[in-house]
Design a protein. Sequence first.
Length: 105
Amino acid sequence: MRKIHVAIKEPGKVPRSVWISPAKENLEKHVGGGLLFVLVCSDLTIICNRDQEINDAKYCADVCGKQFFGKIILAGLKDGGLADLPCGWQELKRAFPGLWDEKAD
């Protein structure tokens, strides 16, 4: 099966670069439940657990003014589907410095 290059961020940790299958079941396994896709820009999305706040998950990161809880996945978007991250690691770090915050509430 095809894999895509993404960044995974867990509460209290810095993001890590991984290759994962974009299959729905695999993404649900990574975020711990049903999926919520939050569009960051035209070619980047954050995938998280749609019940993150209800499930009392730990704070993970602030991205574009939105707080995320529990494990999140940053993935690219291309041709109507998930794709590799659209930028390099350093560019991602400059654009979203809050992802590198290791605090966990």
